[in-house]
Design a protein around this ligand. Sequence first.
Ligand code: ZN
Length: 435
Amino acid sequence: MRRGIVLGILLALGGLVAVKAQPPAADAPKVVDVEKVNDRLYVLRGANGGGNVAVFLTASGVVVVDAKNPGWGTPILNKIKELTPKPVTTLINTHTHGDHVSGNVEFPATIDFVAQENTKVNMEKMPIFKEHNGVGLPKRTFKDKMTIGNGADQIDLYYFGRGHTNGDAWIVFPALRIVHSGDIFAGKSVPLIDEANGGSMMEMSATLMKAYNGIKNVDAIINGHTPAQTTWADLKEYADFNKDLVTWMEAALYCNWLSEQEGLPPAYEKKGETLVAVNPMTKGYRLPTDAEWEWVARYEGGGKLRRYPWGDSLPVTPRSGNYADETARLIVLDVIPDYDDGFAATAPVGKFPANNLGLQDLGGNVAEWVTDYYIVTADIGQTLVDPLGPTDGKQHVIRGASWKHSGVTDLRLSARDFGEGARNDVGFRIARYAD
Ligand SMILES: [Zn+2]
């Protein structure tokens, strides 16, 4: 079973973060900051510039990895002139995003432009290259691996599968024991998945592990967006973090496993390729039902139902739960203004006040799988006792807001979502009938 699963905790896990480059102020000065890694390798950063650029000096010229936001190509080239008299011969792109490739159009059209083959297809759709008659588009591509140069100048390019996009290249400088990972490992943060360009949350962890196992003799990583290098061990940790994503099926399997450990009857049984709740429900461990979740989350006593995790009206009570707050501004599109819960993404469980029934994190931190299949429910004006939801379906109900939510609709305890696959803001809590 998964490491780190503790009885009664919520697991933080799975999903999708919209990819959105910070729009740079149009007239802000473009100041390129230089980090000298060693005599042959520099990393170029700069506020609002976009992704980290690597500059590798070879015997025959300069190889550049990525070219930042629009308008940054010339400042990059000017900075390289200060570092070396050698000409730029090659520009490699890690992936298609505008904050990594837009500067391409300012590089000399005669140099070699290199990228993974899917990235070339993605880049061809970008308006900036259409506006520049294709200048800066990859001239040379590779599928899984390519080597440029040899000896001390050797550069190995790898593609290990879908992740951030469907064309994330790993650029390895073997003589220096350093790799540029682009945004498939942009930093130690929530993974960014661009589904429109073929990214895949489900394949992310496997791709990261393939890179970890497939690239040898590397010590340091130039990440897409960190202020400093990370280590090869950090990649392993990041791959493991991305593996801890829980689908509905995995949550249900975990409950059955736990029941088995304690000699309880399993709460879920196989039905075709999936699992369904045993009916009538057993005393084994299981996910709460949709109705149970709603009741424990909204219980106020006296027949009243609580509207939000913190009470019945806005604004959000300070430190009442882990929602999309000011610290999440870099990773979600909308946050609750002036709300600071202290955690950008998931928080350890139990960091926020309990509700009336003594339960924590129902309306925040991670949203939660429940047992029921999802259907659009019509109010039939009838009181149901312990309903189990529809007997068939394709997707399961997800309850409760998460660290990604800021809208009043999402924050309501009555809000429902649905899905099946892992998301990085969906976990689960377990329940079972007391004896
Ligand atoms: Zn990116």
